[in-house]
Write a protein that binds this ligand. Structure first.
Ligand code: AMP
Length: 282
């Protein structure tokens, strides 16, 4: 294994990547504060690529005006340690100026996929994601890029982006990595108070129950699924529902007939200042 390289500029990054040009390059884009969910993406990338590039960039364009960019957790020393352990070859850790030297004028809208779920409750979020991922794809030119299924709408957006802009990149989706009690790992979980953390397992437990009930054919409409999940979450006094929706996946269209197409049950719940998401794809 080669020694890990930490680069902050695009020119350094391209220079480092020269030696890997005829090899397989895998990119794992993140906002840092790495946890085992990120590690599972790095592991998969390590298995499939000659060179693993980890990008760490808290992208201001994907945060709304009243969101948590100022308090988003950061710990580059710890991230470097995780990257080393995971066999990363290059960490790309650019400054905001390096990515957005000039204010971008390009806007990437994919309205059909971003008008529901997080796209509806976080206006501008996926436009920010699409732009930064496009930039990262052009900076790294990877053969494969790795994303987590926890952010299933993001995966749908990225796959559409790759298709519409003809990126020659395979998008690899990795399953949601969870704590022992089921809570999906997230950098934002550190915001949770003890009481909120205890109640936060309701997202995964409600989805687990839905999965079992679906296997038994207990629901006949998407609305019944949504109502079931809403009732479960409402049992937790600290939980404030942002959305509970059952849609086709990856198109994110209304479900007309259950069990006829791949579907997603997607949840976003606020606990105090923390917004958590989870989903079940079936
Ligand atoms: P983030 O740093 O939160 O922007 O996440 C970077 C990547 O890691 C995204 O593709 C996420 O979907 C993925 N990711 C985050 N949490 C998890 C998790 N618990 N399991 C699997 N992938 C995850």
């Amino acid at each position: 294994m080669s020694t890990i390289k930490l680069v902050q500029t695009v020119s350094e990054l391209r220079k480092e990547l020269e030696q890997w040009r005829d090899k397989t390059v895998g990119l794992v884009p993140t906002m840092g504060y790495l946890h085992q969910g990120h590690e599972s993406l790095l592991k998969k990338a390590r298995e499939e690529s000659s060179c693993v590039v980890l990008s760490i960039f808290v992208n201001p364009l994907q945060f709304g005006a009243n969101e948590d960019i100022d308090i988003y957790p950061r710990d580059i020393e710890q991230d470097i340690a995780v990257a080393k352990k995971s066999g990363v070859d290059i960490i790309f850790f650019p400054t905001e100026n390096e990515i957005y030297l000039k204010k971008p004028l390009l806007e990437i809208h994919i309205p059909k996929i971003t008008s529901s779920l997080c796209g509806a409750s976080r206006p501008g979020h996926f436009e920010g994601v699409a732009l930064v991922v496009t930039k990262l794809f052009n900076m790294v030119s990877p053969n494969r890029a790795y994303f987590g299924e926890k952010d299933a709408q993001q995966v749908a957006v990225i796959k559409q982006l790759v298709c519409d802009l003809s990126f020659h990149i395979d998008i690899v989706t990795c399953p949601t990595y969870r704590e022992d009690d089921g809570l999906a790992m997230s950098s934002r979980n550190v915001y949770l108070t003890k009481a909120e953390r205890k109640e936060a397992t309701i997202l995964s437990s409600a989805l687990r129950e839905v999965k079992e009930l679906l296997k038994r054919g207990s629901f006949s409409t998407a609305l019944e699924i949504n109502q079931y999940v809403v009732r479960k979450i409402q049992e937790k006094p600290l939980a404030e529902i942002v959305y509970v929706e059952t849609l086709t996946y990856p198109e994110l269209e209304e479900v007309t007939e259950l069990y006829s197409k791949k579907m997603i049950v997607a949840i976003a719940v606020r606990f105090g200042k923390t917004r958590l998401i989870d989903n079940l794809i079936f």
